[in-house]
Write a protein that binds this ligand. Structure first.
Ligand SMILES: *[C@@H]1O[C@H](CO)[C@@H](O)[C@H](O)[C@H]1NC(C)=O
Ligand SMILES: *[C@@H]1O[C@H](CO)[C@@H](O)[C@H](O)[C@H]1NC(C)=O
Ligand SMILES: *[C@@H]1O[C@H](CO)[C@@H](O)[C@H](O)[C@H]1NC(C)=O
Ligand SMILES: *[C@@H]1O[C@H](CO)[C@@H](O)[C@H](O)[C@H]1NC(C)=O
Ligand SMILES: *[C@@H]1O[C@H](CO)[C@@H](O)[C@H](O)[C@H]1NC(C)=O
Length: 905
């Protein structure tokens, strides 16, 4: 089977039952950046907003650091980075899905002091310094940050309703740059899974910004906008078209109407994407840091580059002054004790900084040019440029964009930091269909070309076999095998689409899927290899059944999350009829191409000996019934599934075993931290308890503690307290949690009798009152009941009670009174600091016995003269007994007295 399930299974999910996928409960959206991550939780009853961390920060540094055994996240982790540069890990996003020898890793070395190592998979790991030497993969370190956010979301999601048990947040929509390769997508989803989260979908961040933008707007006419996202890891531009249609807009040719809800719906179509991964905010920081380092060297004649702490301080300082230079034309940089005990101080101007970055201006613009070109548009067609990302406020970035599209087209009304995460959350809400949102349909694309290659069949000459079709039917029969490449997904292909490739093959063969061009950042290009087996037998069977020229069909898919894969392979044949096979195939696929969107210029492309057919469809219409075999049941045809064996190439995603190993590593440190927290809690509780006890002992006043304790007791407690305080001071820090709990128990046991006495003294008066009250009521009842029995006898009617019953009650009452008087008398002479001779629990129990006896008789029903039968009225009996029953005794009483149904009327 596949080492990973995501690539193919998630596609499978999408194509077969994406909409049926049950996403229960809340959905977490995460925008994981190179510097900051933002998260948002969609949950019924929780206001939809960006998640705050414990410091009420809306954006969280994507840093994880250790300070000794303590693991820190966010601002805390970032703040200590310059003190513990070897134990702090930032900007990890750039290392996801990268080969250890890639340019991206080279760049990382230039901005980080972290020690990198090659994992067994050839990807990047990081080693904690400071003698610790633990190695973590990039995925694991990012998983820790995801787990941190998961916990934030869970505590937020639970805090509203405190009694509810802690809710688990599992489903995540993750915003990623459109330029993320399949390897990077795999790696970040692996991180998600290690953190115990489950991917709902990846959404390109530019698309998410567009979605957020469209949420509050309406587009009666089609409008084109560019989302320009200047992030830390790269700049990207996304050309999107917006078009809204009103529910009753019958004239609209667009299919974006949603007849089921009757709401206005908006179609967002991504038309083009451009990017530059070498001109992000980190590159700006790097140049600024190098300016500072060079200046330091010039001033102090010392090279700071080898000083990890110094360089980390400068990195932080570069970020700080970059932000200041965005709003000011000059800045004073000061770093205390930067390196070699030197306090650094210098002044920089924005002009100097911009001169240092002049070569980047073209890179800031290029993504827009590329995106427009892919979309087939010019700046004329653009209504506005929506600026997003942390570096969109940097003046030189803004100026570059302005110089290209005109200052009037810059849209500033968008929250540059948060629109991506909010858009991702909205995307999650719309995918899950559990939430009522404005109806928005999204159609996204991939920026890279993906091809499938395979070896042509090499054949021995066989002159008698004239009818057999060749790879190219006009060719002579002898032909060496050669590699044939076919472009299955050109740049700009829609996500959530599939293509069927048709091959005239007689034997097993393999397909290789790869990016067509070498990608930026030195990413490898081969994605996966699929071996198709069982071909020979299947083709033979189909031929036997009378199929003419049976073929092999393989379905290649591009999931909504941008993963390319090969879904299935079949042998297919049609029983001969009048038309040719080619005509039939054309009819078959031509008919199902029903996408009114003008962007979707799909066509059956002839690619050597294989034929491809696109069936681009939106999520809503991609159902199993669209598969080639099922869509035309009238035709006489047959299909036989082939065995498909898919193997990921280059940088395979983690295998289930590797994922489990990572999960248990993280689980182990989580468990260790939880145990540590519990120990710390036990420590603090013991300490607080000891101090409280010391205050009680020191207080000379007439406190309840003093009144209820004896001199000797206090002395013993005092001794134990002193001993424990000393222990606390000298040994508690290294004590285990059990020892801490034992210490507390030992001293608490001495205090317990005092506390018990106090509680008894408090409880005594109301308990006595209650007992006396019941005595009083019983006596009253006995008097009245005797009188009534006498009256009843005189009137010759049956009585409720017999004289014996009343005598028995009186006996119970007397016993209780005697017991109570005797022991209350004894208790009067007991001092407060002595144990009570009579316990309130016993008083309550005895009073209860009398009370029950009394109630049993009081609830007795008046009997009727026994003239009529009442045997047939079982339902009325049960009604009357439930009507009066409030205890076991009373209902049995009701049963004994057998009332007639008329009693209730
Ligand atoms: C883009 O603008 C050009 C020039 O104004 C116009 O001719 C063309 O139709 C526009 N294209 C679209 C798709 O709106
Ligand atoms: C081909 O036909 C044979 C005989 O009918 C059958 O046993 C075999 O399972 C078939 N193979 C496939 C791949 O359908
Ligand atoms: C394609 O769409 C047209 C118009 O919406 C419809 O009449 C036709 O039946 C559709 N064809 C198929 C194969 O779905
Ligand atoms: C005894 O209980 C009654 C009724 O609950 C209350 O009114 C009365 O104040 C109580 N007396 C004492 C001494 O607690
Ligand atoms: C005694 O009889 C009177 C009059 O019928 C009635 O009001 C009273 O509740 C009876 N007493 C008891 C204890 O049932």
């Amino acid at each position: 089977m596949l080492p990973r399930n995501r690539v193919l299974f998630s596609l499978f999910f999408f194509l077969l039952s994406f909409l049926l996928r049950a996403v229960q409960g809340s959905i977490l959206a995460i925008d994981y950046g190179s510097e900051f991550m933002k998260a948002s939780l969609i949950k019924p009853g929780v206001p939809f907003d960006v998640l705050l961390n414990r410091d009420s920060k809306r954006k969280i540094h994507t840093t994880v650091s250790w300070k000794g055994d303590d693991r820190l996240f966010g601002q805390d982790a970032f703040n200590i980075a310059s003190r513990f540069p070897s134990d702090s890990f930032s900007h990890l996003k750039g290392l996801l899905g990268k080969d250890f020898d890639s340019e991206a890793v080279e760049f990382y070395r230039s901005i980080s002091a972290a020690e990198l190592l090659r994992t067994e998979r050839g990807t990047v790991g990081l080693r904690r310094g400071g003698g610790e030497n633990t190695e973590w993969s990039v995925e694991e370190l990012i998983a820790m940050q995801f787990a941190y956010v998961k916990e934030l979301a869970e505590s937020l999601s639970t805090s509203g309703t405190s009694t509810e048990s802690k809710e688990t947040v599992r489903d995540v929509v993750l915003a990623v740059p459109a330029y993320f390769t399949q390897f990077e997508r795999d790696a970040i989803v692996d991180a998600l899974e290690i953190a115990g989260l489950r991917l709902v979908a990846l959404v390109n961040d530019g698309t998410a910004v567009a979605l957020n933008y469209a949420m509050t707007r309406s587009f009666p006419e089609r409008e084109y906008h560019i989302v320009y996202d200047a992030g830390a890891s790269g700049v990207r531009a996304t050309v999107v078209s917006f078009l809204s249609s009103a529910p009753d807009d019958k004239s609209s040719k667009s299919k974006v109407k949603d007849v089921t809800t009757g709401k206005e719906s908006t179609q967002i179509t991504v038309a083009g994407v451009g990017f530059d991964r070498s001109a992000g905010g980190l590159e700006l920081d790097r140049r600024l840091r190098d300016m500072l380092a060079a200046d330091f060297e010039a001033k102090h004649k010392r090279d700071i580059h080898g000083d990890k702490r110094g360089m980390t301080k400068l990195w932080k300082e570069a970020g700080r002054i970059k932000a200041i230079l965005s709003a000011n034309s000059e800045v004073v940089s000061t770093v205390e004790s930067l390196a070699f005990d030197i306090d650094y101080r210098a002044k920089f101007t924005r002009t100097e900084f911009e001169a240092r970055c002049s070569d980047l201006l073209g890179k800031f613009k290029a993504p827009i040019v590329d995106a427009l070109e892919m979309a087939g548009l010019t700046t004329e067609n653009i209504t506005s440029v929506i600026m997003a990302g942390g570096h969109s406020r940097t003046p030189m970035v803004q100026n570059a964009v302005k110089s290209l599209v005109g200052a009037d087209k810059i849209a500033v009304s968008v929250n540059a930091d948060e629109s991506a995460v909010l858009g991702a959350a909205l995307y999650g809400a719309s995918v899950s269909r559990q939430y009522r949102t404005k109806d928005i349909k999204v159609s996204d694309i991939i920026p890279y070309a993906i091809q499938v290659s395979y070896q042509s069949e090499s054949k021995a000459p066989n002159p008698s076999d004239v009818g057999e079709a060749d790879e190219q039917s006009q060719q002579p029969l002898v032909k060496p095998a050669k590699t044939i490449n076919s472009l299955v997904f050109p740049p700009g292909s829609k996500v959530g689409s599939k293509k069927t490739l048709t091959f005239k093959r007689k034997d097993d063969f393999s397909l290789k899927m790869a990016y067509k061009e070498t990608l930026s950042n030195g990413s490898p290009s081969e994605l996966l290899e699929a071996k198709l087996s069982g071909v020979k037998e299947a083709i033979a069977n189909l031929t036997e059944e009378g199929a003419v020229d049976p073929v092999v069909k393989a379905t290649v898919v591009l999931s909504e999350s941008g993963f390319a894969g090969i879904r299935d392979a079949i042998a297919y044949g049609e029983i001969k009829q009048d038309e040719t096979v080619v005509d039939k195939l054309k009819g078959l696929f031509g008919g199902s191409k029903n996408d009114s969107d003008s962007q979707d210029a799909d066509s059956s492309t002839d690619i050597g000996d294989s034929r491809s057919s696109t069936s681009t469809s939106s999520a809503a219409s991609a159902t199993p019934s669209e598969s080639a075999a099922a869509s035309t049941p009238k035709k006489v045809q047959d299909t036989i599934s082939l065995t498909l064996d898919v193997k990921p190439l280059s940088i395979p995603a983690l295998t289930p075993a590797q994922l489990n190993r990572a999960k248990s590593r993280l689980g182990a440190i989580d468990a260790a931290e939880a145990a540590k927290r519990r120990r710390a809690e036990a420590h603090n509780n013991l300490e607080a308890y000891l101090y409280r006890l010391r205050d009680l002992l020191d207080n000379e006043d007439d406190t309840p503690f003093m009144r209820c304790s004896k001199e000797e007791e206090r002395k013993v407690i005092q001794e134990k307290l002193e001993e424990t305080l000393l222990w606390m001071h000298e040994e508690a820090d290294s004590a285990s949690m059990m020892e801490l709990l034992d210490k507390r128990d030992a001293i608490e046991r001495l205090e317990r009798p005092v506390v018990f006495r106090y509680k008894e003294i408090e409880a005594f008066p109301p308990t006595l009152n209650n007992s006396q009250m019941i005595n009083f009521m019983t006596r009253m009842f006995i008097g009245e009941a005797r009188q009534n029995i006498t009256d009843d006898e005189a009137a010759d009617v049956p009585s409720k009670w017999t004289a014996e019953e009343i005598n028995s009650l009186e006996k119970t009452l007397k016993e209780h009174e005697i017991w109570l008087n005797e022991w209350v008398e004894k208790q009067k002479s007991v001092k407060m600091n002595e144990d009570p001779v009579i316990l309130t629990t016993e008083m309550k129990a005895r009073a209860k016995t009398l009370e029950n006896h009394l109630l049993k008789l009081m609830r007795r029903r008046t009997p009727k003269p026994p003239k009529k039968s009442s045997s047939s009225s079982s339902s009325a009996t049960s009604t009357s007994s439930t009507g009066t029953a409030s205890s076991g005794e009373s209902s049995s009483t009701a049963a004994e007295s057998k009332p007639s149904p008329h009693d209730e009327l």
